[in-house]
Design a protein around this ligand. Structure first.
Ligand code: FES
Length: 133
């Protein structure tokens, strides 16, 4: 068999393997996006108040609600509010975040996620859409 013919044969074989493995690799790496979990808060916050929930902290500042995730972006510890300093602190490795989730210092490299907040239909609280990672 000529060298050129052998080369074409190998090229077709390699192309076939790539084409056949693509759907398998897609299937293995497929990740279904889960819908956010809606959490009802049965409290109305006044200006300057905050509410600590297991998965987020809800702040009312400048007449705007912000729900900040409590899961530290470093290794996942639960952040705590330090309102005397106006920051969120991670007790594990001392990352600090603003009340808007912005990373200020520490080993965490990303900001804390912010969740969507809307007023409940009955006006008696809020609904926070917690996205799961
Ligand atoms: S887990 Fe928060 S700083 Fe490390």
């Amino acid at each position: 068999m000529s060298e050129r013919r052998q080369w074409l044969k190998n090229l077709l074989k390699a192309t076939g393997i790539c084409l056949a493995s693509y759907p398998v690799l897609r299937f293995i790496s497929f990740e279904r996006k889960r819908p956010p979990k809606e959490i009802r808060v049965r409290q109305i916050l006044k200006e300057g108040e905050h509410l600590v929930e297991p998965e987020f902290i809800l702040f009312m500042h400048d007449n705007e609600l912000t729900a900040v995730s409590r899961k530290c972006t470093h290794l996942g510890c639960t952040v705590l509010p330090d309102m005397a300093k106006g920051v969120l602190m991670c007790p594990c490795h001392r990352s600090r975040f603003s009340i808007y989730g912005k990373r200020l210092s520490g080993p965490a490299e990303k900001d804390l996620p912010i969740f969507e907040v809307k007023t409940a239909e009955d006006g008696q609280g809020y609904i926070v859409a917690v996205t799961r990672t």
